[in-house]
Ligand binder design. Structure first.
Ligand code: NAP
Ligand code: MN
Length: 268
């Protein structure tokens, strides 16, 4: 009989590596095969570290289909569900199906360049659009092809509900319960002068609408697209479309998980 397969990803802190050793031993004793290489046959992906480690693991697996759970050895650990001292309880709950699956929507940006090429970027937290090196960026913003505003400032951030508590929150955006399916468009240092007018608060978009972004024509402009902290720089961008993506991340949550309790313990 094939063994049940679990993938473990970890950052390189001592506590994460020790936790990995301990967890691997416990899972092997229960008959699991444990690997550090992503496999499509895995039934569970375990990420040891902070939120950053979970984001990194999800990107390195190209948004896996199987459930993902985080063990928090990092700083904040908003995605993370298990404390390193609770490994036995976690394994018992997992084997007894004492958990729920939190489906988190992702956001996708499609960048079109002057030569007609298209590039996709997916974020679990957010997509950020900024100028590089730092300059005032002017962006024509439309919602489902209806022109809305010419934004001037550092840039814009489009957050998923899962990402609403990350960079979005630091920018003054709202915390969104992930049971609500929406995208939040949050301005980054919007300018409001007699010369420039931009929205100063976040805009909430329903799941089915897309956001269009056209940078003002200045070909020396370089546009940074940052998905979950991963930055890619493009030149000659003619158009960017941002929408909720069909890709979901399935986070495994233990049975006493509650979103607002998590917010309370991590933010207040
Ligand atoms: P980082 O710069 O080390 O992380 C920034 C902080 O954001 C960390 O404390 C991280 O938690 C936390 N975080 C990540 N996702 C979160 C979420 N969904 N809800 C609440 N907090 C969250 O970079 P990183 O660890 O690789 O994470 C990448 C994320 O950093 C980006 O997606 C962006 O949202 C965020 N970021 C925030 C700011 C800001 O707040 N000014 C600026 C740039 C980027 P851990 O400590 O557990 O890793
Ligand atoms: Mn981090």
């Amino acid at each position: 009989m094939n063994k049940k397969l679990v993938n473990i990803f970890t950052n390189n802190t001592n506590i994460s590596l020790d936790t990995k050793t301990e967890l691997t031993k416990k899972l092997s004793e229960r008959g699991y095969a444990v690997t550090s290489e992503f496999s499509k046959d895995a039934e569970l992906i375990i990420c040891i570290g902070g939120d950053g480690a979970l984001l990194k693991a999800i990107h390195s697996c190209d948004f896996p289909q199987c459930p993902v759970i985080g063990i928090n050895t990092g700083h904040l650990g908003f995605f993370q569900e298990v404390r390193p001292e609770d490994l036995d309880r976690f394994i018992n709950d997992y084997e007894n199906h004492q958990y729920s699956i939190q489906e988190l929507n992702t956001v996708m940006a499609t960048i079109t360049t002057k030569d007609g090429h298209k590039y996709d970027h997916v974020g679990l937290n957010e997509i950020v659009i900024e100028g590089r090196p730092s300059y005032t960026i002017h962006l024509y913003i439309s919602i489902d092809d209806m022109p809305i505003e010419k934004f001037s400032g550092d840039g814009i951030l489009i957050a998923t509900p899962a990402g609403s508590t990350a960079y979005n929150y630091s920018l003054g955006g709202s915390i969104v319960d992930p049971r609500i399916k929406l995208l939040q468009v949050t301005p980054i240092a919007p300018m409001n002068t007699t010369a420039y007018r931009s929205f100063t608060s976040s805009i909430l978009l329903p799941a089915e609408l897309s956001l269009g972004v056209v940078p003002e024509k200045q070909y020396e402009n370089r546009i940074a697209i940052i998905n979950d902290g991963i930055e890619t720089i493009y030149t000659d961008v003619t158009d960017i479309k941002v929408k909720m993506s069909d890709t979901c991340v399935k986070l495994l949550r233990l049975k006493d998980y509650d979103f607002w309790n998590k917010v309370k313990t991590k933010f207040l």
